[in-house]
Design a protein around this ligand. Structure first.
Ligand SMILES: Nc1ncnc2c1ncn2[C@@H]1O[C@H](COP(=O)(O)OP(=O)(O)O)[C@@H](O)[C@H]1O
Ligand SMILES: [Mg+2]
Length: 280
């Protein structure tokens, strides 16, 4: 197992109430899993991702990576960080380098990649996120729009070709073209057999990309299973979540109650199924 969380709880040291931000959460993430981590604001999603990557230490319980705890420093921590790439919730606010190309290369330099590889890999990653290096490479990251900086944050992680991606609201602040870019980057990542934990308010995107779903509610894990859950409008609502737009539209199709219960998890699937209904 890539990650094992065993009955973890987490209380922020700066919390005045001493309330648990995560409470008795156990879960497993296998290599190659694509998991949608969903829950209303404040349910503990960002906290959970930070525990996975070892940025926070659980107050109670254990976090294991490949069967062993994540140390606070040293070679193994570096190894974990290289294999697990995390894009933070407000990544667009965290830009360190003087140029877009250097920013994309940041992780590679940190991990002592050979210089010729650094240039090639960071240029490739910039192209992948729709910031062609010829046009953007020499710019200052501060000249970029918020959405472009979000793309840049993704590029500096993708440049390392991580086995597992932890993405905290990667679609926030992106326009529809940016959303499509994200979709194709993640689809390619998945086709390469690699995994991701995706936190996104865009449940249509989460549903389309992730066969597995984990739901947090008030710091507790309330669901861990297949993406059929996106069709349980009542349950989602009880956790403070609105069903994906596709599900709402799908459930509104007149007469669909007469057809066998088929579920579409993406717009393209929906179109194929609609065609089939028409031909019946
Ligand atoms: N630095 C912090 N100090 C104290 N409490 C925090 C801190 N960060 C988050 N929290 C609290 O922990 C809970 C979970 O937060 P978070 O993991 O950010 O939720 P989500 O990402 O699902 O919106 C919330 O109640 C939040 O107020
Ligand atoms: Mg969050």
């Amino acid at each position: 197992m890539l990650f094992t969380l065993d009955n973890i709880s987490y209380v922020y040291p700066e919390s005045l109430s001493g309330e648990k931000s995560l409470d008795g959460v156990s879960l497993e993430v296998a290599a190659g899993d694509f998991i949608a981590l969903i829950g209303e604001i404040g349910s503990g999603k960002s906290t959970l991702l930070k525990l996975l990557v070892g940025l926070l230490k659980p107050t109670e319980g254990k976090v294991l990576f490949e069967g062993a705890p994540i140390p606070a420093k040293g070679k193994r921590l570096r190894e974990v960080r290289r294999k697990v790439g995390m894009v933070f919730q407000f990544a667009e606010a965290q830009v360190f380098e003087s140029s877009v190309l250097n920013e994309a290369a940041y992780g590679l330099v940190n991990y002592d990649y050979p210089r010729e590889d650094i240039t090639a890999l960071s240029r490739e990653a910039l192209g992948m996120v729709g910031l062609p290096p010829e046009r953007f490479g020499g710019k200052s990251p501060f000249e970029l729009s918020g959405g472009e900086r979000k793309r840049l944050a993704l590029a500096s992680i993708m440049a390392l070709k991580p086995d597992m991606l932890l993405l905290d609201e990667p679609a926030a602040g992106l326009d529809s073209e940016g959303r499509n870019m994200l979709k194709s980057v993640l689809t390619a990542h998945r086709s390469a057999g690699k995994g991701a934990v995706l936190v996104s308010h865009d449940l249509d995107l989460s549903m389309e990309l992730c066969p597995k779903v984990i739901v947090l509610h008030e710091g507790r894990k309330v669901y861990d299973g297949g993406r059929d859950i996106f069709y349980d409008v009542q349950k989602l609502r009880s956790w403070g979540l609105e069903a994906p737009e596709l599900v709402q539209a799908w459930n509104d199709i007149p007469g669909r109650g007469l057809t066998p219960v088929v579920k579409a998890f993406s717009l393209s699937e929906a179109k194929i199924l609609m065609q089939r209904f028409k031909n019946v």
